[in-house]
Ligand binder design. Structure first.
Ligand SMILES: Nc1ncnc2c1ncn2[C@@H]1O[C@H](COP(=O)(O)OP(=O)(O)O)[C@@H](O)[C@H]1O
Ligand SMILES: [Mg+2]
Length: 399
């Protein structure tokens, strides 16, 4: 039986045999299917090209010999070059010369199908300016997967973000440098005031004391009982002068301990703990190296000031009966540890924005690239550990 003719086929030729007619119909049906598939493929291709072309992100495709085979509009805008001009060219001209080798190394790895995490690669515009992009790529394999036929990469422009980050980092660095500078100005000012108080006020008071002593001696020589009340007053005044001299020396020494400048940090720490022991009656044990480490003044001052504040806190808050101090001054990081056996520092104090003493210590250490840690011991007591780098971080000059 002959098959019924297809609806829109030309009428079956009566000159052909039935077998020939059947063959012809099959051929025509095949041709139609191919044409339909081709149209569909073309549509898909156009769709993909449009997707690629109009995507907001710069997209580029290159073949295994690193020749550019696709270059979308976003890439044209990014580089100031049109696709027609760059298709078929090697990738390398896209990278600024100073980072070209690094960029090509990444590209080679990506094109070999090796794992490529997002990487930062700079791209050079036709006008010479450079933009930084974050890249993602994937390889395209032949249908059976045995061969890599292309690499497709998509970039994300992070130039503005990088600039903002850099500006933020720089301003942080400047703030820190300024803070270091202010700290050292404050220390200089304290040293100057301490010297003036010690020298000038000290001399005046000593002069006053000598005058009082002179008057006292003269009055005594007169051996006149009616002058005794005046003599008593003079003796009392001399005692006041003595007490004032002691106070002035203490204030000067608290402002800037001369021992820190004259004899170094270890002596200053020992002097400080002696004073602390005398004032509080707390048992103190101190372990410091015999040899004085050779410190920049900022470093010695930081250790010293943090130590002072720590001891003040022990006296004020800890209710301790013993304090142990250990200083380790070797290696890249030098540490000062102060351990008391008191009630232990409150968790709340550690995070309180009002603990200005603790914050001040941390800030001082931070400025020099170090840290201060406060630890509450399970067995009671507090450990304060100061870690500072033996070498100071680089600081811009402000003079
Ligand atoms: N060695 C210590 N033992 C117990 N508590 C402490 C110790 N050092 C600090 N603290 C606690 O931490 C708080 C914050 O200390 P700080 O910032 O120096 O402020 P201030 O000494 O002016 O109170 C103190 O009020 C105290 O409660
Ligand atoms: Mg305090």
């Amino acid at each position: 039986m002959r098959p019924p003719p297809p609806a829109n086929n030309p009428p079956v030729s009566s000159a052909l045999t039935p077998a020939e007619n059947a063959l012809r119909a099959e051929k025509e049906s095949l041709e139609r299917t191919v044409a339909e598939n081709m149209a569909e493929l073309r549509e898909t291709k156009d769709y993909l090209e449009n997707l690629l072309g109009y995507a907001n992100a710069p997209i580029i495709v290159w073949d295994p010999s690193f020749k550019i085979t696709r270059f979308n509009r976003a890439f044209e805008r990014l580089t100031g070059r049109c696709a027609e001009a760059v298709l078929g060219m090697e990738l390398s001209f896209l990278f600024p010369p100073d980072s070209r080798e690094d960029s090509l190394a990444h590209i080679r790895r990506a094109s070999a199908g090796e794992y490529w995490e997002t990487v930062e690669i700079p791209i050079q515009h036709a006008d010479g300016s450079v933009r930084l992009l974050l890249w993602n790529s994937a390889v395209v394999r032949s249908p059976k997967g045995e061969q890599i036929i292309a690499t497709i990469a998509q970039g994300h422009d992070i130039t503005a973000r990088k600039k903002a980050e850099e500006a933020l980092r720089l301003s942080g660095e400047q703030l820190r440098a300024l803070s270091v500078h202010l700290q050292s100005l404050r220390e200089e000012e304290r040293t100057r005031i301490a010297r003036e108080i010690h020298d000038e006020l000290g001399q005046l008071l000593t002069g006053l004391k000598m005058d009082l002593h002179w008057a006292e001696t003269r009055l005594e020589e007169l051996k006149e009982p009616r002058l005794n009340p005046i003599l008593d007053k003079l003796v009392a005044a001399t005692e006041v002068a003595d007490a004032t001299i002691t106070t002035v020396q203490r204030i000067a020494s608290e402002l800037r301990p001369g021992v820190l400048d004259r004899l170094g940090l270890m002596m200053a720490l020992r002097h400080e703990i002696d004073q602390f022991r005398q004032r509080t009656g707390i048992v103190c044990h101190m372990d410091t190296p015999e040899e004085e480490p050779d410190y920049a003044p900022e470093l010695a001052t930081a250790f010293y000031r943090i130590f002072q504040e720590t001891l003040t806190n022990v006296a004020r808050h800890a209710v301790a009966s013993a304090v142990q101090v250990a200083f380790r001054g070797t290696g890249a990081w030098h540490t000062l540890e102060v351990r008391d056996n008191g009630k232990g520092i409150d968790e709340a104090a550690l995070t309180s924005p009002h603990a200005l003493g603790l914050l001040g210590m941390q800030e001082r250490a931070h400025l020099l690239g170090g840290t201060v840690a406060f630890q509450r011991e399970a067995t009671g007591g507090t450990i304060v550990t100061v870690r500072l780098p033996a070498a100071l971080p680089h600081q811009p000059a402000y003079d």
